[in-house]
Design a protein. Structure first.
Length: 242
């Protein structure tokens, strides 16, 4: 699905993957679930592109529902996969902290896990090799993506700012659809290691001034990063007061 010039999405509001399309080629943000591979090939074809045009994959963090086809495209097509060094072990199948008890509604939770299973979430292949993506670095990839540290959801969570697309990709730094409750709108994401830190980290997004805020779960947001961050902070206050 084409969202805007230079900007495409595959998947849906449950799990999403983004493609940045420029004259220099394609950069993929996150790799969803293994079953998104066919959608990736179809979207590339609709763009007049092939896998040979993909120059890199950037992971916002190392959780399994963002790893999907990353190892496949790295191994079979020699596409480098970038991840913050603090999440490299996580992306390779290493341990991660146990989260606190999560709020959930049965229907939304079953929908999330059902979709994950249908899209191959039970057969995730962990990465065997990664390239470091460090805070403040501008990667030599299509769109000149700049890395913004966004610790909290995981230690090595990042956002990626792509000026040519007027977009910042936030992974699970925030969500616009809570996969366990179904509630919509910008809000803190579930399964977060350090919720207070994740909330504070969102302030690092404001200098981008981006119109598009693109989470790994939920509808794309095109009302500006300032409004998105303010909405997440308001939602967090409401949750804490409840």
């Amino acid at each position: 699905m084409k969202l805007a010039p230079h900007l495409h999405r595959i998947g849906n509001d449950i799990v999403a993957v983004y493609l940045v399309d420029t004259d220099e080629g394609v950069t993929i943000i996150d790799a969803g679930l293994a079953g998104h591979w066919r959608e990736l090939l179809a979207e590339l074809a609709s763009m007049g592109r092939t896998l040979a045009d993909v120059k890199g994959v950037i992971l916002t963090h190392g959780d399994g529902d963002h790893l999907g086809f990353a190892e496949r495209i790295r191994r079979d097509h020699r596409v480098p996969v970038f991840v913050h060094p603090a999440d490299a072990a996580r992306a390779k199948g290493g341990p991660k902290p146990a989260n606190a008890k999560q709020r959930m509604r049965l229907g939304a939770t079953l929908g999330f896990f059902g979709y994950t299973l249908r899209k191959g979430g039970a057969r995730t292949t962990y990465l065997t090799s990664t390239v470091d993506a460090r805070d403040g670095e501008t990667l030599a990839l299509p769109g000149s993506p700049r890395i913004i540290a966004l610790p909290g959801h995981s230690e090595g969570s990042i956002a990626i700012h792509v000026p040519i697309a007027d977009a910042v990709f936030v992974g699970d730094g925030l969500t616009t659809r809570h996969v366990l409750t179904g509630s919509s709108g910008p809000q803190p994401a579930p399964f977060t290691d350090e919720p207070a830190q994740a909330l504070a980290s969102l302030r690092a997004l404001l200098p981008t001034g981006a119109t598009w805020v693109l989470p790994g779960h939920g509808a794309p947001w095109n009302r500006g990063v300032e409004a998105a961050v303010a909405a997440v902070e308001k939602a967090a206050r409401s949750t804490n007061a409840a």
